[in-house]
Design a protein around this ligand. Structure first.
Ligand code: NAP
Length: 252
């Protein structure tokens, strides 16, 4: 796939890719992968500015371009304000990757309502808050690709993750519905459902327990998700929309 055009586009300045939650983990790997295709990366994060700066530094060390773009995806007004500024600087948004997400695991019967809401608000609320202004910018150009990071949990419903499974399954429904709405316009909308990936998110989960659930016997790497996202964004995936691609070592 390397060397293929990510996005055939006639403009002179590099097109923009917004990656939410790009300060760490899977989002950082996606930002680096897309920057390697010549896109200008808006590196979103919530609070970890140092980590976001490291992402940007790694992009620039590899000859890519980008900028920091902090906002909390759960805050619709903050998202709109940040995106107004971003779109004033960059006319053409080619790619949105909805990656920001959090976990707050616990058995459903004991789950505090704030844990339910925080997880849903980040993944599902974040999808609405960010995708709506971006898709409205893509529609007049009749071009664009949206990729959203769901989870194996949204497909099979992991025990102790009712909030997370609900949010991630909801993202799949939203992806399919939006894909159907904008397919004829030329905008593609897909989801990726990773299994356990080596990031901060799973650092407190016993690795041996996880490995037993995975046919390949290991967790995935952020780069293994990022390469699939790159493919989905690229013109190589030109007839692919409304799909959910599992990246999980053979779990489901
Ligand atoms: P991570 O290492 O914990 O990083 C989370 C990222 O999301 C950080 O950049 C964080 O920003 C950002 N973020 C969190 N809340 C935010 C908010 N309200 N607004 C803006 N940014 C916010 O997580 P990860 O493992 O890379 O996960 C990335 C995505 O993949 C998530 O959607 C996750 O659910 C999904 N996923 C992960 C796994 C896994 O095993 N790791 C498996 C399946 C799916 P700060 O640095 O500022 O906090």
């Amino acid at each position: 796939m390397t060397g293929q055009p990510l996005f055939s586009d006639s403009g002179t300045a590099p097109a923009l890719a917004l990656v939410t939650g790009a300060s760490r983990g899977i989002g950082r790997a996606i930002a680096l992968e897309l920057a390697g295709q010549g896109l200008h990366i808006a590196v979103n994060y919530k609070s970890n500015q140092e980590a976001a700066k490291q992402t940007l530094a790694q992009i620039e060390e590899r000859g890519g371009r980008g900028e920091l773009c902090p906002f909390d995806v759960t805050d619709e007004a903050a998202v709109n304000s940040a995106l107004d500024g971003l779109f004033a600087r960059h006319e053409r948004i080619a790619v949105l990757v909805n990656n920001a997400g959090v976990v707050a695991d616990g058995l459903f019967a004991m789950m505090p309502s704030q844990d339910w809401r925080r997880v849903i608000d980040t993944s599902l609320g974040g999808f609405f808050n960010v995708t709506k202004p971006v898709i409205r910018k893509m529609i007049p150009r009749k071009k664009g690709s949206v990729v959203t990071i769901s989870s194996v949990s949204g497909l099979i419903g992991n025990r102790g993750q009712a909030n997370y499974a609900a949010a991630k399954a909801g993202l799949i429904g939203a992806t399919r519905a939006l894909a159907a709405e904008v397919a004829r316009i030329g905008i593609r909308v897909n989801a990726v459902a990773p299994g356990p990936i080596e990031t901060d998110m799973i650092k407190d989960v016993p690795v041996d327990m996880l490995k037993k659930m995975i046919p390949m016997g290991r967790c995935g790497l952020p780069e293994e998700v990022a390469r699939v996202v790159r493919f989905l964004c690229s013109d190589d995936a030109s007839y692919l929309t409304g799909q959910v691609i599992s990246v999980n070592g053979g779990m489901v």
